[in-house]
Design a binder for this molecule. Structure first.
Ligand code: ZN
Length: 188
């Protein structure tokens, strides 16, 4: 778990949110046991969502998605993309497969490079009416790496310079910030 909850904290939260401690425990357990494991596969999620948005604006359907999936491998460095086109529900999807045994920083390099492939494949597809296979275009490998490089440079600078803005410094501060919602200052 990325954060720690004990009985005292559960009671404190229940008091501040004005609910039964059992309810606090149930929501905590659902988040910890069912949602947190899924977070582990969400590398570069902001970048994936931004690219989806950008590529929809370039002609992909509103339901176009990019998803990631790890592949169990004992060795090897790499990944691949799979294009799932026009499934029964009419959605197009790119799936990035990456090897699960490599370090997180390396996974981000592989995934950002594969995101570059997706970006240029779609841009070229819309530019040339699908007549040219994007994978045969010269420089597609360095182009994909360049996109990945700039994306990771941007993310690295972002984490270095602005992550403090998004982090609550203590359990108590977070709890008191949520109290704003329950004190009638927030109506939705
Ligand atoms: Zn490549």
């Amino acid at each position: 778990m990325p954060f720690k909850i004990n009985q005292d904290r559960t009671k404190e939260i229940a008091k501040r949110f004005d609910v039964d401690p059992k309810l606090v425990k149930n929501v905590h357990d659902m988040y910890a046991n069912e949602i947190v494991p899924l977070l582990q596969d969400q590398y570069l999620a902001h970048l994936c969502r931004a690219l989806e948005e950008f590529l929809r604006s370039k002609g992909e359907s509103d339901s176009f998605t990019i998803r990631l999936k790890s592949i169990k491998r004992k060795s090897g460095f790499g990944g691949r993309i799979q294009y799932i086109k026009e499934r029964e529900d009419k959605t197009a999807q790119y799936m990035i497969h990456y090897y699960d045994q490599i370090e997180d920083l390396q996974k981000r390099i592989i995934i950002s490079h594969e995101l570059g492939h997706i970006l240029f494949a779609i841009i070229f597809k819309h530019q040339n009416d699908g007549k040219i296979d994007p994978n045969t275009i010269e420089h597609v490998e360095p182009l994909s790496s360049l996109l990945g490089f700039f994306a990771l440079l941007d993310r690295s600078d972002f984490y270095k310079e602005s992550s403090g803005t998004f982090t609550h410094t203590s359990f108590e501060k977070l709890l008191s910030d949520f109290s704003l919602i329950h004190n009638g200052k927030h109506k939705e």
